[in-house]
Design a protein around this ligand. Structure first.
Ligand SMILES: Cc1cc2nc3c(=O)[nH]c(=O)nc-3n(C[C@H](O)[C@H](O)[C@H](O)COP(=O)(O)O)c2cc1C
Length: 190
């Protein structure tokens, strides 16, 4: 698959880190674009943020990246974490950066665009922007973990969200805890 992974300045760099760690780069073409604030927040939240060698990195200021044209074939774009600022800009049709233009292109081409917002509580503007994006065909997958798998570490909690992102992209992780697990029985172990 050809996938764009974008990151913005919402809290949750660890979701991005875990997503990047669970992709097979020999099998898939992954492009990464980070906003200026995504880099600020990454420094704030993660001591050693690592971008795997197989990832193609792009500047958010560069409109010559392949995924900003509808003619380039891509399968999915995920914005993780997605700030409410970026969510609102996409909902308003702004295309002023590579990241925003790519999101706009994915919507117009009816390609899969997955937004992973992290904000709480929401105001009415946030809620209306989410509705606008759902109406335009986006998938809104808030960074809300689940606990029925009994996660026993921060990473395990984070992965409950990352696995849902991978499912939506179309790159399911075989280790994903699913309900009901095995022959209709639930398991407390991952
Ligand atoms: C440490 C830190 C944490 C932040 N957390 C959030 C957040 O969880 N959600 C959010 O919508 N914005 C958050 N922000 C605010 C955004 O970074 C800010 O709105 C920024 O303009 C987003 O720009 P971008 O979408 O271009 O990355 C945070 C900012 C900082 C510095």
């Amino acid at each position: 698959m050809k996938v764009v992974i974008a990151a913005t300045g919402a809290s949750g760099t660890i979701y991005l880190q875990r997503l990047l760690e669970q992709i097979n780069y020999a099998a898939h073409e992954i492009h990464l674009v980070m906003s200026t604030y995504a880099r600020h927040v990454a420094k704030q939240e993660v001591d050693d943020f690592k971008i795997p060698a197989g990832v193609s990195q792009h500047s958010d200021n560069d409109m010559n990246v392949p995924f900003v044209s509808g003619s380039a074939r891509f399968d999915a774009m995920v914005i993780v974490p997605c700030s409410m600022a970026t969510l609102g800009r996409i909902a308003s049709g702004s295309s002023d950066s590579a990241l925003l233009r790519a999101a706009d292109v994915f919507l117009k081409e009816r390609r899969k665009l997955i937004l992973v917002p992290r904000e709480t509580p929401w105001n009415l503007i946030h809620a209306r922007n989410v509705v606008t994006l759902l109406e335009a065909g986006a998938i809104v997958l808030p960074a809300i973990p689940s606990f029925y798998s009994r996660p026993n570490s921060v990473i395990a909690v984070v992965d409950t969200v990352v696995w849902r992102i991978l499912d939506q992209i179309g790159l399911p992780n075989p280790r994903t805890y699913r309900w009901p697990d095995k022959a209709g029985k639930t398991s407390r172990k991952r």
